[in-house]
Design a protein. Structure first.
Lengths: 440, 31
């Protein structure tokens, strides 16, 4: 399984590079425009490849399961963010080099008399700068997630369309009709990816709604939504995977939020549960969802699943990061899996331990050990306290540590610390799996 | 750690694109 994922991952990386570089090198075929100096040619190449990278961003966020599986959706989104900085850097460097080579381009008379394609280039560049600023400093700018998401899409479409029209309008390299067609075709493909996510996928979801059959309050300011497929068999998911939930409005609205499934993957009738902690605008409304409400689910996604051969499973959860672990534990119990499972579960205090009672009940159905770690333990607490660290692994896990499969889910700071701690006790990277639920 | 891989992949992609852009410019200048 791991080898297959690695091979698939390598193939997708090559396809990605091909989509960025092939359109650039296609410009060298056919009729050639007059040669200019090295820096001008270099800056043009940066502009073309930067734009191709930006266009492919729509592919990275198109949620193609077959593409994202080898890495996991959270890593793809992280790559999307990092590569966008590089693409924007390339796109901005393009005019900077041109101006450095020909400072007269900045002369007011030149700017006023500049053709439309030059103005479109400026529009494209301002749009990509706005894209980066709003993405990096969304919280500081006090932008609501939904507002930001819509702005993000509009700015990306404007930046790419203006960039391509600038390219075709300049017509220096794109004299041959087939080269123009190639770049216009690419643009249609990129926008097509966006339309797939925003129109085609929602159409499928519209035909496969879910009904909320129960709303359950859990410890730790968490609400569980129990959902049943309405008029269709639902989908099969692997424990640890997640889906995009749309509660208010139609699937065409940009209101989807990613949540892990907390129910057993062996549940009958396509029933799924999501357990959501009150952490923000969207999540605080979840407890007010009425039973019977129609909701939409897009999933399953994610590579954070059990399935590799393992002598035992070590689940490490922080706060609401316990939800995918609950799905794993419930599924292993339903499957009658006899392998040991150790859950190291960090919570703020005893009152905020979501699923505390059910975990005790589940101990009777499988070889489960739960180690609670409280940041603020009550008086008389004899269990672990503080934050999960390498010493706790040594106290609770049997050696050799590198034989077990580790699953980590929780706040980013905690996950960084856990990954470091696992490295300290000699657990190789291939043995641990993590899921970050902060995508943006 | 998987995010470190993504960071490295993004960095490597950037380096490859810049090198290929240099190659493109050199091939144009060389005629």
């Amino acid at each position: 399984m791991q080898l297959l994922y690695s091979l698939r991952g390598a193939v997708w990386i090559l396809v990605y590079l091909l989509f960025i570089l092939a359109p650039l090198f296609a410009l060298l075929a056919g009729s050639h425009p007059p040669t200019r100096d090295f820096w001008t040619e270099f800056s043009v190449a940066l502009g073309y490849s930067g734009l191709a990278m930006m266009g492919l961003q729509f592919g990275l966020t198109a949620r193609f399961r077959y593409v994202t599986e080898p890495w996991g959706e959270d890593v793809i989104y992280h790559f999307h963010r990092q590569i966008s900085l590089i693409a924007v850097g390339l796109v901005i460097t393009h005019p900077l080099i041109l101006v450095a080579v020909k400072p007269e381009l900045l002369a007011p008379s030149n700017m006023l008399e500049a053709p439309l394609s030059a103005h479109l280039a400026l529009l494209s560049i301002f749009s990509v700068i706005a894209l980066v600023v709003t993405a990096l400093w969304r919280a500081a700018l006090n932008l609501k997630y939904e507002t930001w998401h819509l702005t993000h899409i509009v700015l990306a479409v404007v930046a790419i369309t203006a960039g391509v029209v600038h390219m075709v309008g300049s017509s220096f390299y794109l004299v041959d009709p087939w080269k123009q067609s190639l770049w216009i075709g690419l643009t249609i493909f990129w926008i097509g990816l966006l339309l797939y996510v925003r129109i085609v996928k929602p159409l499928f979801m519209l035909r496969r709604p879910y009904r909320v059959s129960e709303v359950r309050q859990e410890r730790g300011d968490t609400t569980t939504l129990v959902m049943q497929p309405d008029g269709h068999p639902g989908f099969h998911f692997n424990p640890g995977q997640f889906g995009w939930l749309m509660v208010w409005g139609s699937p065409f609205k940009i209101t989807g939020h990613p949540f892990s499934f907390s129910s057993s993957a062996a549940a009958k009738g396509g029933r799924v549960e999501m357990s959501i902690r009150n952490l923000g605008d969207f999540t605080k409304e979840i407890q007010r969802v009425p039973v019977g409400k129609r909701v939409y689910l897009d999933g399953p996604y994610g590579a954070f699943t059990i399935g590799n051969p393992a002598d035992m499973h070590v689940l490490i959860a922080g706060g609401v990061g316990v939800t995918p672990m609950m799905s794993m534990i419930r599924t292993l119990a339903d499957r009658g899996d006899k392998r040991p499972v150790i859950l190291l579960y960090g919570s703020k205090d005893r009152e905020s331990i979501t699923f505390c009672e059910e975990l005790e009940v589940l101990k009777a159905r499988l070889d489960l050990t739960v180690v609670h770690v409280l940041a603020n333990p009550p008086a008389g607490w004899t269990g672990e306290q503080g934050f999960i660290n390498a010493e706790m692994f040594k106290r609770h896990l049997p050696p050799p540590y590198s034989d077990h499969e580790y699953f980590i889910c929780g706040p980013g700071v905690m996950m960084d610390a856990i990954e470091k701690a696992l490295g300290e006790i000699g657990v190789p990277m291939a043995k641990y799996h993590s899921e970050r639920y902060s995508f943006v | 750690m998987r995010r470190v891989f993504a960071d490295r992949l993004a960095f490597a992609t950037g380096v490859i694109v810049i090198l290929m852009s240099i190659l493109f410019a050199l091939s144009r200048v060389a005629g």
